[in-house]
Design a protein around this ligand. Structure first.
Ligand code: GTP
Length: 411
């Protein structure tokens, strides 16, 4: 059998997802009507050999309680558990800390997934490559524009064999535009590599007593482990042609929402709550069954409408996420924006961000030379008055916006 581990991080890590992470942990934020990590679970459910999925992070146990109960019902094919690190141990430190739990039942393959990515998850293809190459490790690679590559872990491969020959996390100069997609397939020997990295670290500490013991335990897959794997044999890269995005900032939920909705629309047009194309619906659009949308409102493309949300007559919503209990009054317009729980947008108001170019992997843009958020984000219970225009703003919870604003963070 095999297992999967999803690295979910913790409260202090999700800070770039503010102000949305004030209300809900990033990995549970809904895109295309479901928590971000549910999309990874759906992909794992297509791999028959996976019998257990472990979420590893340092959130409080209570955070995942409801999610685990719901997911266990939805995915009876595997058991799902949450393992809590007592503090952030790094992407490999957590794996090592829970190695006994992970190795229990002698799984022969381990998928490890970063929770904060949006991907087509070509897991079957990664497995085939693993078998075919008799690999020890396979990493998902994806191509990005050369000018943004250095924000990621960069992979240099041998094009003939697909063997990874070099891995550098956030290199200072350009080495490759094939980057780490945050999905790995390992065999059990990964724990030997982590142990070796730990020992090397301990030895270093002996020479340099200034490094404290806590820091020693922190091990990162990218900097400490993948670099080592690249120096040995058996490490391959599967280059995906499917979609891939990082979900770091709150604004990146908008492109992730779009990608997952498009995938759903293309693969399962009869999926529950996917609205049919009509004069007022431009697919893909997801509408929770408890939401109410006036038949004269125009929605889409790439819109998710959450539970009990209300969209009034003549409203226009495009490239947006409306969470539960939001209200968009009649003739209002919401574009390239996220409305968190309980947000109200007044009649004839306009809430908008800017168009995001998929290739740049960024959620900031420049307007008149000033760096602004491409996506407008209204945190919980924000109220936008009638006829108010709000552009490229982030608004913290409970604020009331009474006059037009542009390019601001409103606290
Ligand atoms: P960048 O360095 O800018 O890429 O941001 P980051 O540090 O948030 O990303 P990183 O590659 O470290 O994290 C990848 C995934 O692992 C994310 O889903 C994180 O939430 C998760 N993660 C990061 N650190 C830890 C950790 O210490 N423990 C656990 N369990 N998960 C972690």
């Amino acid at each position: 059998s095999s297992k999967a581990i999803i690295l979910v991080g913790g409260g202090t890590r999700g800070t770039r997802f503010r102000p949305l992470s004030l209300d809900i942990p990033k990995v549970l934020f809904p895109v295309a009507g479901r928590p971000i990590i549910s999309h990874a679970l759906s992909a794992l459910a297509t791999v028959p050999s996976i019998k257990e999925v472990l979420l590893i992070g340092f959130y409080d146990d209570s955070v995942f309680k409801d999610f685990l109960a719901e997911s266990s019902m939805e995915f009876p094919q595997f058991s799902i558990k949450y393992l809590r690190e007592y503090r952030a141990l790094g992407t490999a430190g957590g794996l090592y800390h829970f190695r006994d739990a992970i190795l229990k039942g002698h799984p022969y393959r381990l998928f490890v997934i970063h929770a904060d990515i949006c991907s087509s998850f070509p897991l079957a293809e990664m497995l085939s490559m693993f078998e075919e190459k008799e690999a020890k490790a396979v990493i998902l690679g994806t191509r990005v524009e050369p000018q943004v590559a250095s924000n990621f872990g960069c992979i240099v491969m041998d094009p003939a064999t697909k063997k990874v020959i070099h891995f550098v996390e956030k290199p200072e100069s350009h080495i490759s535009n094939l980057i780490n997609g945050g999905v790995y397939l390992f065999d059990r020997s990964i724990f030997d590599v982590i142990a070796a990295a730990r020992n090397a670290r301990a030895e270093q500490a002996r020479d340099d007593p200034s490094e404290d013991e806590d820091a020693q335990e922190v091990l990162r897959l990218e900097q400490d482990i993948l670099v080592r794997l690249a120096q040995a044999d058996g490490f391959y890269v599967y280059e995906t042609r499917g979609f891939w995005r990082q979900i770091k900032t709150a604004g990146s939920a908008v492109p992730a929402n779009a990608l997952y909705l498009q995938k759903l629309f293309q693969t399962d047009i009869d999926a529950p709550h996917l609205a049919r194309a009509s004069a007022t619906i431009v697919p893909p659009v997801y509408i929770d069954p408890t939401a109410s949308v006036d038949p004269t409102a125009k929605l889409g493309p790439n819109v998710s409408v959450g539970p009990r949300a209300r969209v009034g007559a003549g409203a226009r919503v495009k490239e947006a996420i409306l969470l539960e209990d939001t209200e968009v009054k009649h003739d209002a317009c919401v574009l390239y924006s996220i409305l968190a729980r309980g947000v109200k947008v007044g009649a004839w108001a306009r809430v908008e961000g800017s168009h995001i170019t998929p290739a740049d992997h960024s959620t900031v843009t420049f307007k008149n030379g000033v760096r602004v958020q491409s996506v407008s984000i209204l945190a919980q219970d924000v109220v936008v008055g009638d006829e108010v225009r709000l552009q490229n703003c982030v608004v913290l919870p409970h604020k009331e916006i009474k006059s037009d604003v542009e390019n601001e963070v409103i606290m």
